[in-house]
Design a protein around this ligand. Structure first.
Ligand code: ADP
Ligand code: MG
Ligand code: ZN
Length: 595
């Protein structure tokens, strides 16, 4: 969004939230777009210099805002691994977590731009109206919570036999998996009020404010017991203390201490149950997890096929579908989708159906919505020319290298219709929910990801290669690095060389970990990573060279048709060469490798 447009939106009260990055040079804003049926969009705005006047304006408009210091936080290494290796989650997971993370990340009180978020202290809902029926696919978590509901409803049953009611439950899981929803459902089922606050709201520029908010919150909660106190994003306040190299964080520590004091202070049986949510339990301060505090942990995860079907059923309830739509098929096609993604998918499909003037949602709208959620908005088609031909060769390069390397997922379609950032896309279909991935499979993905650049180089010559391969190369680097340092899949051997907690943590901690390694080992790691990508690139170049005639023919058809199914693609390729059997069939969800 342009700066002027942003100001215009701000004037019209269409901006809901502003996050400043890069010393105020860049803002990520949440805008309500009337053109899109008032849906909330997150967009990036480049700001012209120090935005003091802008900040005044934002404050005058009472818009929620925060500033963030530059931090390189690649997130939970486990999430990274999942998003890199479970191919369906690759783009989707990657983008999704990244945007959540940067936007939801904690403000830093040492940053002069952080004037505190909003005035909102905490919210209280007397009745959430959410029940366990609204939450699907997380049966174990629900089971755990039934018990908590019992405590709230009939505490005397438990106190009579001398049982201590738990004070805190920690919900751990990736974004969008229904943590907030579950907490609300507990309150709804037990018929008690729901107090909520987000950890990032505690973190203020003035030392002491967070702590006093905690005090206020618990005071109100005790007056309204029995009730649920929900602390979202608890990692914002509850990070391990003393790890912040380069200055501790007084404010956060005070807030955390206050939270601990409050939790210790009330008797187990006052009827206040604290539910906290985080997507990273590994970075929480150990004090939080001690008995008598958040001694129960419930994890919710991205749902499996069965869970996805159930979640879809919950959200399909109020929508109309054509006979050709099957929730089971949607569930199969969406590995890696969270509950929030699935809800969003059905909603997008409904909006599309409405825009197309249909009375019910058909399979076409579902398909288009999946594509859009995974890869972004469809752009306008390229006109014929050198760029189009280059993108075609690049994509066909991915498709051919993937298809000819044993262990690669089959191609579902190749398209030159741009989507999101990508100029063209090759979609692959993972066979099943990929949770265990072999060395050969990862290697095949590296070869496939390098196929785009390899085709550019061979067809157009090395001076003509483009920036289009940047994200491919990033994925390659990350997969190769994980093969060596996390999965023990190199000649260095089965040795975990990087502690995930360190890798996910501080930049400085990571540097220190590297410095504590022997120089020889650090060199070996670099060499092994490079050897993997070099070898994969050789193979990719070989596939392109050996199949030039097939590639030229496929590109010709693709430029003409713009989209080609996996079957059409394989039909042409197999006229020229043998395709490994396992790379032929296509089962569930497409995952794109885009330019
Ligand atoms: P989290 O707090 O884990 O980030 P939320 O609880 O805010 O996720 O989920 C956002 C929305 O996604 C919910 O309001 C709901 O519509 C949908 N959703 C997420 N998980 C589920 C689930 N397990 N069952 C039904 N709907 C879900
Ligand atoms: Mg939430
Ligand atoms: Zn590419």
């Amino acid at each position: 969004m342009s700066y002027t447009r942003f100001l215009e939106y701000l004037d019209k009260d269409k901006i809901r939230k502003v996050d400043l990055y890069d010393n105020g040079m860049v803002a990520i804003v949440e805008a309500v777009a009337p053109e899109l049926g008032n849906r909330v969009q997150r967009v990036r705005v480049q700001l012209p210099g120090l935005p003091e006047e802008l900040i005044r304006k934002i404050k005058a408009k009472n818009v929620d805002f925060a500033a963030h210091i530059p931090q390189e936080d690649p997130g939970n290494v486990v999430l990274n691994i999942i998003s890199n290796l479970a191919f369906p989650v690759l783009l989707l997971g990657g983008l999704y977590f990244l945007s959540r993370r940067t936007i939801g990340g904690p403000g830093n009180p040492n940053n002069p731009f952080n004037f505190g978020k909003s005035k909102a202290k905490f919210q209280m809902e007397p009745n959430t109206g959410v029940t366990f029926n609204d939450v699907a696919g997380v049966d174990e978590a629900k089971q755990d919570f039934m018990e908590v509901v019992e405590f709230l409803k009939r505490p005397e049953r438990f106190t009579a036999v001398g049982a201590k009611i738990p004070k805190g439950v920690l919900l751990v899981g990736p974004p969008g998996t229904g943590k907030t929803l579950l907490a609300k459902a507990i309150a709804g089922e037990a018929g008690v009020p729901f107090f909520s606050i987000s950890g990032s709201e505690f973190v203020e520029v003035f030392v002491g404010i967070g702590a006093s908010r905690v005090r206020d919150l618990f005071k109100k909660a005790k007056e309204n017991a029995p009730c649920i106190v929900f602390v979202d994003e608890i990692d914002a306040v509850g990070r391990q203390r003393g790890t912040g190299i380069g200055g501790g964080n007084d404010e956060r520590e005070q807030t955390l201490n206050q939270l601990l004091t409050e939790m210790d202070g009330f008797e187990g049986n006052t009827g206040v149950i604290v539910v906290a949510a985080t997507n990273r339990a590994d970075i929480l301060d150990a004090a939080l997890l001690r008995p008598g505090r958040f001694d129960r942990q419930v994890s919710v995860d991205v749902p499996d096929v069965k869970g996805r079907t159930e979640i879809l059923r919950v959200h399909a309830g109020n929508k109309k579908f054509d006979g050709d739509v099957s929730l089971d098929v949607i569930a199969m096609r969406t590995p890696g989708f969270s509950g929030a993604d699935l809800a969003n998918l059905l909603n997008e499909a409904a909006i599309l159906a409405g825009r197309r003037g249909k009375t019910a949602i058909s399979a076409k709208e579902i398909d288009d919505s999946i594509d859009r959620i995974v890869a972004g908005m469809e752009g306008t088609t390229m006109t014929d020319g050198k760029t189009k031909s280059l993108v075609a060769y690049h994509e066909v390069g991915h498709a051919v290298c993937g298809t000819l390397t044993p262990g690669h997922d089959p191609v579902q379609k190749v398209t030159l219709i741009p989507r999101g950032q990508a100029r063209g896309l090759t979609w692959f279909l993972p066979g099943e929910d990929p949770t265990l991935i072999s060395k050969q499979q990862i290697f095949a993905r590296i070869v496939g990801a390098l196929g785009g650049r390899a085709a550019e180089e061979i067809v157009f010559g090395s001076p003509e290669v483009t920036t289009g391969a940047a994200s491919d190369l990033q994925q390659v680097a990350s997969m190769a690095k994980q093969m060596v340092t996390v999965f023990g899949m190199s000649e260095i051997g089965p040795w975990a060389l990087i502690d995930p907690a360190v890798q996910g943590g501080d930049v400085i901690l990571r540097m220190m970990a590297r410095n504590s390694m022997s120089e020889k080992l650090a060199e070996d790691i670099d060499r092994s990573i490079k050897a993997i990508s070099d070898k994969a690139y050789e193979i990719a170049l070989g596939h392109i060279r050996n199949n030039r005639a097939a590639i030229d023919k496929i590109v010709e058809v693709l430029v003409e048709k713009e989209t080609m199914t996996g079957d059409e693609f394989r039909a042409i390729l197999s006229e020229f060469t043998e395709i490994p059997a396992e790379n032929k069939a296509a089962l569930s969800t497409p995952t794109p490798v885009g330019v």
